[in-house]
Design a protein around this ligand. Sequence first.
Ligand code: 13P
Length: 339
Amino acid sequence: FSYPNLELQEELKRTAEAIVAPGKGILAVDENNEGIGKLLAGVDLENTEENRRRYRQMLFTSDEMLSNNISAVILFEETLYQKTDDGILFMDLLRKKNIIPGVKVDKDVVPLHLTEEYTTQGLDNLAERCAAYKKLGCRFAKWRCPLKIGERSPSVQAIEDASHVLARYASICQSEGLVPIVEPDVLLDGNHDIVRSQKVTEVVLASVYKALSDHHVFLEGTLLKPNMVTPGQQCVKRSTPEEIASATVTALLRTVPVAVPGITFLSGGLSEEDATLNLNAINQISKAPWRLTFSYGRALQASVWKSWAGKDENIGKAQKELLQRAQANGLASLGKYVT
Ligand code: 13P
């Protein structure tokens, strides 16, 4: 058995560690065209490439201070080629601000035939795509595999499939010099309690790390992007941030190797405030061996969309909102957030 050559190991490790530098996390702006279309519809805008560009331009032209708390941005493929009004590639703008660009490389979910579950597609030609993204300046990639908790799910079939797909993705990324962000997302939907959520999360993570080992993935050059362990959205028994933090850290301690440099949580439909409070509580538990930070999409952008409302005159206000959410989560990643 072998490992990536030492130079590549060093590069991957450096990138992964830079993304989880103290007080920093990831801004996930990698909504696919259907996803951002819904958000644009919410502000009465048509889902055109120009409107998608205008929204994302607003985020990326925010004050330099954004990079105090945002180390990296996950982009949708289309965005890699887009420019500001004055012709600067978004990629160059981000790099100038000391923000590391990365890209979502999965091609979304498709049903597993004869089940109610899903798999994530996009492995075909992935090496070629990764090589091209690396040339454009990307240093990491993201791939998400959602798993739904139901009466009989996630099934062994779905868990094993997700683990295998994530491991193949991660090994392909590393072969092309990109840090893979491995995202097994145990969804928030359902009426299950926090104990079930913890158990399922543990089983999924144990399976994912076995597969990563089987595929010779260099763990020091990866990041994990998991769900927090919470009760299902429809569960009547709610948990405090401290209970969520304890269940989350316990699940991670039981399953994630210490060689992994950082864990960057998804927000998964939590409100902005809950996502921040939970992350803060997680970081107040001192025994974790990895950096624990955020890789939020919705929980960094919900207020931004509201403030912007699709109007140029609101850009300044919306950018301020983004900065505030980034600062709050930066503090939470250090366990220093106060409401
Ligand atoms: P949310 O934080 O909105 O869950 O998005 C993060 C992400 O990148 C999901 O793949």
